[in-house]
Design a protein around this ligand. Structure first.
Ligand code: ATR
Length: 281
């Protein structure tokens, strides 16, 4: 159905800087249109120094919901009325819902990552996982994996202290987390590979083909499941493909985090296939 913008059209959007490469408007508008919801989803280029005013603008303009992307995911937490349970642990939000000026911050990246991973592996429970990186994206991935019952999660990072910080912060999540989580220097990845089922890259390494690899990718085995949350076929993913592994780039995570945001905002089931088609077109 074509959207007609009129006096009752509801406004949603994404705050980021830069934002012009965002794919979210494509599939969120496709979902509104398909379900006949009178709403639009717009990109808002918000500089860091303008974030406070922009968030105030959500209230002033009755914007119903926004996604939050780089570089605002952490800073936005200071500006909302309430944060949901997962945000307390992840420390970053990608979704704001506005209920009559009362703003609630959610994080749907953990859900998005897990839903994407489930396209490759039905049962995450009992799996051993290597997560590379220790930023906000890593926290969302680790949170999702703990909730799904992963048996062991090695967090490997260039700056090991950041991996240790995640483990400390997540220790309150359950009394088992200290047994599940383990920090790992990047230099020890190769010897660990025989011990893990799933490898996830959450760092920015691989955005460019010439980036120095995180480890020797020729050591990847066919039985490994390899996910890179970057939206392209990185050298890590190319190596996984050459070995015959199951592998995935960041697009499924992007799709499912968006679908969850849509459901939080509208209370309606997201039309996943329509959103997926909009993304792949
Ligand atoms: P995000 O919130 O997207 O996760 P971030 O907090 O900036 O982003 O984290 C980026 C991650 O990529 C970090 O784990 C970072 O490692 P450090 O904590 O040591 O900085 C990792 N990273 C970035 N460039 C890297 C490189 N050249 N080699 C190894 N790791 C790198």
């Amino acid at each position: 159905m074509d959207t007609v913008i009129n006096g009752e059209t509801e406004v949603y959007g994404i705050f980021g800087y830069p934002v012009k490469h965002s794919k979210s408007p494509l599939f969120q508008n496709a979902a509104f249109s398909y379900l006949g919801i009178n709403a639009v989803y717009l990109p808002f280029s918000v500089k860091p120094e303008d974030l406070k005013n922009a968030v105030e603008g959500i209230r002033a303009l009755s914007i119903k919901g926004v996604n939050i992307t780089v570089p605002h995911k952490e800073e936005v937490l200071k500006l909302v009325n309430e944060i949901s349970e997962e945000v307390k642990y992840i420390g970053a939000s990608n979704t704001i819902k506005n209920i009559d000026g009362y703003l609630i911050a959610y994080n749907t990246d953990a859900y998005g990552f897990i839903q994407g991973l489930k396209e490759l592996v039905e049962n995450i429970s009992g799996k051993k996982v290597l997560v590379i990186g220790a930023g906000g994206a890593s926290r969302a991935v680790v949170y999702g994996l703990i909730k799904e019952g992963a048996e062991k999660i090695y967090i490997s990072n260039r700056t090991l202290k950041r991996a240790e910080d995640i483990i400390r912060d997540f220790s309150k999540l359950s009394r088992f987390t200290e047994k599940i989580l383990e920090p790992l220097p990047l230099s020890q990845i190769e010897e660990l590979l025989c011990n893990v089922d799933i490898i996830v890259n959450t760092t920015s390494v691989g955005l460019r083909d010439e980036d120095r690899p995180l480890f020797d990718y020729s050591k990847i085995e066919k039985r490994h499941i390899v996910v890179d949350i970057i939206y392209r076929k990185t050298p890590l993913l190319k190596a996984a493909e050459e070995k015959g592994c199951l592998w995935q780039d960041g697009l499924p995570m992007l799709l499912y985090q968006g679908a969850r945001s849509f459901e939080i905002w509208t209370g309606k089931k997201a039309p996943i296939n329509i959103m997926k088609k909009a993304l792949s077109d």
